[in-house]
Design a protein. Sequence first.
Length: 167
Amino acid sequence: MELNDEHIDNEIRKRVALMDDCYPDALPPPDQLWELILLKRKRRRSLKIRRAWSIAASVIFMVAVTSIWRMSKTEPDKKDNPLPYVSVTTQKNEAIEYINRLCSRNNISCTKSAFKELREELEASSIKLIEVNKQIAVFGNDAQLLRAKTRIENHQTRIIKAMVQML
């Protein structure tokens, strides 16, 4: 019991003792009533503790789920991307978009045969990269497939660099 409860209990007991002669006979004896009151207090206290623990567990669960969800949304997949925050495919796509924009303006370099050969080789390597990615999806992260994927991506990077230099 808390200090306040004991003080209140003592005060009530004193007053009940003073009124002992006018206590109704239909009610159970005072000692039995006190036991029932104390039992009810214990139950209330245990319910409060259970509620507090269930609320704390719910909050911890929600925080954990939210943080896991946020981490899965914000972190790139480290298996496919060696750089922690910059996507290689995003950089390649931006470079290809840049090349396409320059070629759409009728750039003379885009009509040269060497540039066209590089573009065809880039398309062919993109097709091969798609095939390797499909094989990785089927067979998992096989070392040979991952090396092949890295070689194709490096080759694409060299092609894109050469195309940008020609422009």
